[in-house]
Design a protein around this ligand. Structure first.
Ligand SMILES: Cc1cc2nc3c(=O)[nH]c(=O)nc-3n(C[C@H](O)[C@H](O)[C@H](O)COP(=O)(O)O)c2cc1C
Length: 328
């Protein structure tokens, strides 16, 4: 039986994916203002050699999205430091700790962390177990399908399970794939057939149909959505509505509120120009939602505005006029 609950209508548990850079606190708070997801995973907290665990851990605030749980994700490879950090994060009220075995960045993987852990299943097991042994909250593992190829796929899955992880989230691309080729959902189905622990399916869910297809073709226990939620912040509600049978009508005021929450959370000392660039980053996703928006995308990205309000005044009408994805 699955350890990950469904909602009363049978909708699987929905996770907002960690997205370092794009998915910062302002984004998570804006997404929480719309809601529809059950939990969020914070972008990775890197635990480098000689890390000062107590001060590093302060970037994690368990009640950031309260009442929505915020999972902490750790990335590192020093067993003792990772255990210390896990204990510190647990003491800060985290509901769960997730181990990052997917980050493709070379600066990150240099010391054998992130996706590098996929090169050595036995080491992945050791890092996972060091976290499991350190804390009393559940530990989970988020992984890609391999480093260069999928030759160690099964070994890595079993290593994750044997380490005591409660479940895994699978983004079925290798480190070398980056974000290029389509996510291989067949590997999520394979993981389901190999593992006893639940599998959260992730990768390329951009629409409600994609979510339903992933569930049908993989049998996964829950869904995690990253970029699809930046493109369409209502996607979680829309998936849930499919299961409840009650139509969900996104309204434009929620979009305006979303951007207001986003802006309000950016610290005041951040320069206006940087705020505009952050808005552009969000919009660069949203303006991928359909052909009509794609045509306008360049005018958004090349806007010379240095005032966030002025920029929104220019960009929001373009979004509204062309945003058929959520039928506002
Ligand atoms: C900008 C960006 C940053 C990411 N940062 C993280 C991260 O900090 N930790 C992690 O486990 N995955 C990270 N990912 C991977 C996503 O969580 C997710 O696995 C991947 O984007 C596939 O899901 P999607 O197609 O729904 O976006 C990141 C992805 C993107 C696009």
């Amino acid at each position: 039986m699955s350890l990950i609950p469904k909602d009363p209508n049978g909708c699987p548990f929905l996770f907002l994916a960690p997205m370092e850079g794009v998915g910062d606190r302002s984004f998570r708070k804006a997404m929480a203002s719309i809601g529809g997801f059950d939990a969020a995973v914070k972008d990775f907290l890197r635990v480098p050699k000689n890390a000062h665990v107590k001060s590093l851990a302060t970037v994690y605030e368990a009640d950031e999205l309260a009442p929505i749980p915020l999972v902490a994700q750790l990335m590192g490879s020093d067993l003792d430091l990772m255990a210390d950090m896990a204990r510190e994060i647990e003491s800060r009220g985290a509901p769960r700790i997730d181990l990052n075995c997917g980050c493709p960045s070379n600066t990150v993987t240099g010391r054998g962390a992130g996706s590098s852990l996929l090169k050595e299943p036995n080491f992945l097991y050791q890092v996972g177990k060091s976290l499991v042994d350190a804390v009393s909250i559940p530990v989970t593992i988020k992984m890609r399908s391999g480093f260069e190829d999928t030759s160690l796929f099964k070994e890595n899955l079993l290593a994750a399970q044997e380490s005591g992880a409660h479940y895994i989230t699978l983004h079925p691309r290798t480190k070398v794939d980056g974000y290029g080729p389509p996510a291989r959902w067949d590997l999520i189905a394979e993981a389901k057939s190999i593992l006893k622990i639940p599998v959260v399916g992730n990768g390329d869910i951009l629409t409600v149909d994609n979510a339903l297809e992933m569930l049908k073709h993989t049998g996964c226990d829950a869904l995690m959505i990253g970029r699809g939620s930046v493109i369409n912040p209502f996607i979680f509600h829309q998936i849930r509505a499919h299961f409840s049978g009650k139509p969900y009508h996104p309204d434009w005021n929620s979009v305006i509120h979303y951007f207001n929450v986003y802006l309000a959370d950016i610290p005041p000392e951040i320069p206006q120009k940087t705020k505009v660039n952050k808005l552009k980053q969000l919009m660069s996703f949203m303006f991928k939602a359909n052909e009509a928006l794609l045509e306008k995308r360049n005018s958004i990205l090349t806007s010379q505005s240095i005032d966030p309000e002025e920029f929104l005044h220019f960009a929001l009408p373009l979004l509204r006029d062309n945003y058929s994805s959520f039928n506002v």
